[in-house]
Write a protein of this length. Sequence first.
Length: 128
Amino acid sequence: MKKEIISTDKAPQAIGTYSQAVRAGSTVYLSGQIPLVPETMEMVEGDMEAQVRRVFDNLQAVAEAAGGSLADVVKLNVFLTDLSHFPLVNEVMADYFSQPYPARAAIGVAALPRDAGVEMDAVLELGD
């Protein structure tokens, strides 16, 4: 199976030894996104809602670069440094996704890169 590397300047550039996304067949694996502003590579200003929205915007940009959208997400992983923000993630997620919702996991972690409060990665299914 051929792998295709997905890259876009509309999402933060990889800050390590990884790709923004990799397509294998009809499946696209999106790397974790933190709330970095693509143009500046700095953390978004604002509260936790601003961080969550920036992460969804970054994931959307990579999904679009792969030829899809957030509607194609079949699995979403959410990493939070404070699980008390999970209701906020649900609230904001409703602005980006509609039913049927993707499968999802929410994981509490001790720390994330750049002191982010949230990181998310996703798997898209684009069909053949």
